[in-house]
Design a protein around this ligand. Structure first.
Ligand SMILES: C[S@@+](CC[C@H](N)C(=O)[O-])C[C@H]1O[C@@H](n2cnc3c(N)ncnc32)[C@H](O)[C@@H]1O
Length: 273
């Protein structure tokens, strides 16, 4: 990992929950504080299977990364990376291609602090603090620039993050800005909370608003719009537990046979031709 750590002093407030730490607490991690565990409890209260929802999302991340790595992507820009957990992007990608490079981006400084510890010996991986809401700051970031070659295909990832932005912020524009900087042959992997009118979906929205003040569900067509017309790898946008990119003929349960909490998170993988 590239080292810019000498001057770094983590600056975080542990009295308020953050997205990264609440998610860590939901996943059963140890990098969280009382306020975060209370936030996680709100999720568990509204959606008792919240941990399974989060694990499901992580599996979606793995499936998407593995597909991209198998299809020649050897550099990944993982935005909203989260705290290190089981099977991180670099582990999945480097299992398939040991040369694969991963640049993690997150706006929570605690992610940088913990990521550094995990990635200290991994020269093919780096982590920076930057904000998706200012996509040009990601593109201009010296370390991102030195690490990712924007003339070669990129695996752009915005996984488990979009639900934290309201449509009124027009988050799709931030992704479009990044996509425009990625050359043809690149992919966009996204997961998001879907709104198909079910109770569990409204419950997870309540949990997000109660614990973090954000976390909305979206109509599938709105999620699709965030791919900006890129063709999606088959089977397209689907419930993440039955989403296997590149395996459209795989036998999967009918959507209505999935347990309700497995009809919260959708995944899609767009290809920039
Ligand atoms: C729910 S976690 C998802 C982690 C991982 N991508 C996954 O799906 O398992 C969302 C992450 O996005 C980060 N995040 C939130 N807002 C962000 C922003 N504006 N820019 C970059 N990262 C952000 C949070 O700090 C958190 O680590």
């Amino acid at each position: 990992m590239a080292d810019n750590s000498e001057q770094y002093v983590p600056d975080f407030d542990i009295s308020r929950p953050t997205i990264a730490r609440v998610y860590d607490a939901i996943l059963g991690g140890k990098d969280n504080f009382k306020a975060d565990r209370e936030g996680a409890a709100a999720y568990m209260n509204h959606v008792p299977n919240s941990r399974e929802v989060a694990i499901d999302n992580r599996k979606g991340l793995e499936k998407g990364v593995a597909y991209m790595a198998r299809h020649g992507i050897d550099q990944f820009l993982d935005i909203g990376a989260g705290l290190p957990t089981m099977r991180n992007t670099h582990q999945v990608a480097q299992e398939i291609n040991p040369e694969a490079k991963v640049c993690y981006v997150d706006n929570d400084p605690i992610v940088l602090a913990h990521g550094r510890a995990l990635l200290a010996d991994n020269k093919s991986t780096t982590i920076v603090t930057a904000d998706l809401r200012n996509p040009q700051s990601i593109l201009d970031h010296e370390e991102v620039n030195g690490f990712i070659d924007f003339t070669r295909p990129i695996g752009l990832m915005v996984v488990g993050l979009f639900m934290h932005f309201h449509d009124s912020e027009e988050p799709g524009e931030w992704v479009k800005h990044l996509l425009d900087a990625c050359p043809s042959g690149s992919y966009l992997l996204m997961t998001d909370f879907a709104d198909t009118g079910e109770e569990q979906q409204k419950a997870i929205e309540k949990a997000g608003l109660e614990s973090l003040g954000n976390g909305w569900v979206r109509k599938p067509e709105k999620i699709l719009a965030h791919f900006h017309g890129l063709p999606l790898v088959e089977p397209g946008l689907d419930w993440v537990s039955r989403w296997f990119p590149g395996e459209p003929d795989r036998e999967v349960p009918a959507a209505e046979d999935l347990e309700p909490h497995l009809r919260i998170m959708m995944a899609g993988l767009g290809y920039k031709a």
